[in-house]
Design a protein around this ligand. Structure first.
Ligand code: SAH
Ligand code: SF4
Ligand code: F3S
Length: 454
């Protein structure tokens, strides 16, 4: 009897969980981690308690993201004590920095595996080693290279897929840690990208989002005669894929040719995420962004001319070193002039090792908090106004799934990437439907499905 139990336990399917912080690139890397684990025979766990392997994919773009990871690791101590066979792995952007990797092992000695952003192809071996070793297995590769093609991917959705087009970043904005933890920019070969998207179409995927820190510079350094606009044109021809999105666009590299191509390609959606960061030329120069506020404003006007109905969203930061009240007023003024559909707004946070960390004139926390409050209030007012104007309009919506906050409701996105929530039944998931917008709120639109599309 006892023996049978042991056997049954051994045969139980081993389970895994990935926990992800940070941007879509990290979300996608977690899909690769999941793909590798599933190839090893693991199945997704519903809860942390039932997992045999927990992989935490970390972000270090701001300290708040790092603190969340420390908090989580602290909470996992008890779980590990109750289940010594549990493997806890920490990977991603935070651990790519050697000093942080060391700190994690010191502070959380029950962590079994630490790896960086370049180690995904070796994950299987690393997990195997962690299972056999008494000590933490640490592997960081400081030489950056693009991920090899053909790694398994276990995608979270069956309808929408992320597809990486460029790795790394060459821009070195002075506040930003990303180039140090993700390496130099490198484009994937177009034939590999197109093959991946054709496979997705064959599996029934309807939408792809092309990922890169700066998608507009796609193709630089490749032997192929191709730029980002050319890549969009090629993807447009793939049957089955009905929507094409991309992020992030750098304002400096947005060409007129790209606007023309976006307006011509019917599958390319009318949404541009165009981080501005600041509205003052002095601050933009110190950030090394490579454009002026005048150039940015002109770019927005031109994009709106070429792509009618386009939604423009952005990232903005307050409290960059040396930012004065006048500089901040310029940011507010730009926000009022552009009228972004929505914005991610951040307090500048010192990232050790970046040029801005050593700049004089670091702004006091209290001033930063006051500025972000004013900025958020202003942008929220604008977002609400814009969303209210959607009331009565009809949008073509790709249904993503059941709403996270209310199981009676479905959620989906408009072509302009606005979240729409509406009553409906599960069979609509993965389908395109027409939705009439009843109410425009700050974070989403509320709608009703039109009869003819049911
Ligand atoms: N490559 C993308 C995303 C970079 S990270 C881009 O260039 O837009 C996402 C956002 O985080 C940035 O746009 C910026 O607004 C913010 N960010 C980056 N570093 C930061 C820092 N040190 N403090 C606060 N916000 C930061
Ligand atoms: Fe960071 Fe700038 Fe690169 Fe974006 S473009 S990842 S903000 S360095
Ligand atoms: Fe993304 Fe954070 Fe890394 S924003 S690239 S996960 S530092």
């Amino acid at each position: 009897m006892g023996n049978q139990n042991v056997e049954a336990k051994d045969k139980r399917t081993r389970k895994y969980m990935t926990i992800t912080y940070g941007c879509q690139m990290n979300e996608h890397d977690s899909e690769v981690m999941a793909g590798i684990l599933e190839e090893m025979g693991y199945q997704p766990a519903e809860t942390k308690e039932e997992a045999d392997v927990i992989l935490i994919n970390t972000c270090c773009v701001r300290e708040t993201a790092e603190n969340k990871v420390y908090g989580l690791l602290g909470n996992l101590r008890k779980l590990k004590m109750n289940k010594p066979g549990l493997i806890i792995g920490v990977g991603g952007c935070m651990t790519q920095r050697e000093e942080v990797a060391k700190k994690i092992i010191d502070r959380f000695p029950y962590v079994d595996l630490v790896f960086g952003t370049q180690n995904l192809p070796r994950l299987k071996e690393l997990i195997g080693r962690a299972q056999e070793s008494q000590q933490a297995v640490v592997e960081l590769i400081q030489r950056f290279s693009p991920a090899p093609e053909g790694l398994p991917i276990r995608r979270a959705s069956g309808v929408k897929a992320w597809v990486v087009i460029t790795y790394g970043c060459n821009n070195f904005c002075t506040y930003c840690i990303v180039p140090y933890v993700r390496g130099r920019e490198c484009s994937r070969r177009p034939e590999n990208i197109l093959a991946e998207i054709k496979d997705l179409a064959a599996l029934g995927y309807k939408e792809v989002t092309l990922l890169g820190q700066n998608v507009n510079s796609y193709g630089r350094g490749l032997p192929d005669e191709i730029d980002f606009a050319g890549l969009l044109e090629a993807i447009e021809k793939i049957e089955g894929i009905e929507r094409i999105r991309f992020t992030t666009s750098h304002p400096r590299d947005f060409t007129t040719r790209l606007m023309e191509v976006i307006s011509r390609c019917t599958k390319v959606c009318e949404h541009i995420h165009l981080p501005v960061q600041a509205g003052s030329n002095r601050v933009l120069r110190m950030m090394n962004r490579g454009y002026t506020r005048e150039e940015y404003l002109e770019l927005v006007n031109k994009i709106r001319q070429y792509i009618p109905g386009v939604a423009i969203t952005t990232d903005i930061m307050v409290g960059f070193p040396g930012e004065t009240a006048i500089d901040f007023a310029q940011t507010l003024d730009l926000v009022e002039k552009v009228r972004f559909d929505s914005a991610f707004m951040f307090i500048y946070n010192v990232r050790p090792g970046t040029p801005a960390a050593r700049m004089p004139g670091q702004v006091e926390e209290e001033v930063k908090r006051e500025r972000i409050k004013v900025l958020i209030e202003e942008q929220n007012r604008i977002t609400k106004e814009i969303n209210r104007r959607e009331e009565g309009k009809i949008h073509h919506v790709l249904v993503d799934g059941v709403s996270k906050t209310n199981p009676q409701m479905l959620s989906g996105r408009t072509r302009t990437n606005k979240l729409v929530v509406f009553p409906g039944t599960r069979e609509l998931v993965g389908r395109f439907i027409d939705v009439e917008i009843m109410r425009g709120k700050l974070t989403h639109l509320e709608g009703r499905v039109l009869e003819n599309t049911q």
